[in-house]
Design a protein around this ligand. Structure first.
Ligand SMILES: O=C(O)c1cc(=O)[nH]c(=O)n1[C@@H]1O[C@H](COP(=O)(O)O)[C@@H](O)[C@H]1O
Length: 271
């Protein structure tokens, strides 16, 4: 999917919500455990109930890899279901990959070609030649970790190197990489006050902003400093939506939480 198509969907749905499909078998409703594929059954119910309220879904691969071959099959079924039933929805493989060039190429093939995701999250630590193999794919996005939502973000990302914070160097340097127009960046919602500075370096790029809901980030604060004339934001909530209820009504409870966020986003878009 192109960035322009994503922006069109945001305006059409009046939403820049991304729902995180981080499926933990200990947290899903008990009756689903009797299904042949409980993870996919859960995802399908969540997608069926929420697809009109969001523009993107983000399965974090850890939650699938943890269940071995069955987990990977559930991930494959989920992306196939999205691509077949809702091709207008943007998909993010949250895999946080990145390695030497030939290995990155294989990761890129896995997520873009084999699974058919629109984008994948990538760690920038190994530099240009670890990221450019992902950027080479047409109409696919590489979402680079810039300033993450967790406390550990202060261990390295905000440290000064040659007088400039490392996350700012990641933003600035990545702009010179080949096909950098295919880059998006992760900035945690818990770091909203940094967004004004971030927008000075990347005024237009799309940001994936996780951390509203369970991690306490504030949607209005993120919009205040991060929104652009083409929106430029995908705000993710995972646990805050998908585990709204562990009862048989879990999907409609998730839809209710998603709608609360969508209404707040609509208000920001019409501001
Ligand atoms: O890349 C991410 O999506 C990510 C980056 C970050 O800085 N913080 C962060 O929480 N995430 C992911 O976003 C999701 C947040 O989930 P909730 O806290 O349950 O909404 C998880 O899948 C995290 O792995």
């Amino acid at each position: 999917m192109t960035t322009q198509q994503l922006v069109e969907q945001i305006h059409k749905k009046q939403s820049f919500l991304c729902i995180g499909l981080d499926v933990d078998l200990n947290k899903i409703p008990k009756h689903l455990l009797e299904e042949e594929d409980p993870i996919f059954a859960f995802n399908k119910a969540i997608i069926d109930a929420t697809h009109h309220l969001c523009v993107a879904y983000k399965p974090n691969t850890a939650f699938y890899e943890a269940y071995g071959i069955k987990g990977w099959e559930a991930l494959e079924k989920t992306i196939n279901y999205l691509n077949e039933e809702h091709p207008e929805i943007y998909t993010i493989a949250d895999a946080k990959r990145g390695d030497i060039g030939n290995t990155s190429t294989m990761y890129a093939k896995a997520f873009f070609e084999d699974l058919g995701f629109d984008s994948v999250t990538i760690a920038p630590y190994m530099g240009k030649d670890s990221v450019e193999p992902f950027l080479a794919f047409k109409d696919k996005h590489t979402i680079l970790l810039a300033l993450t939502s967790n406390r550990g973000a202060f261990d390295f990302q905000t440290k000064h190197v040659d007088g400039v914070e490392l996350y700012k160097q990641v933003l600035e340097t990545s702009k010179s990489w080949e096909n950098s127009e295919n880059l998006m960046y992760v900035v945690g919602a818990t770091k909203a006050e940094y967004l004004a500075d971030i927008r000075k370096i990347i005024p237009k790029a799309f940001l994936l902003v996780p951390g509203v809901g369970a991690q306490g980030g504030n949607l209005q604060e993120v919009c205040k400093y991060g929104i652009t004339d083409t929106v430029g934001l995908l705000i993710n909530s995972s646990r805050g939506i998908i585990y709204a209820s562990q009862d048989v009504n879990f999907a409609s409870a998730a839809a209710q939480k998603a709608e609360e966020l969508q209404k707040q986003m609509q208000a920001e878009l019409t501001r």
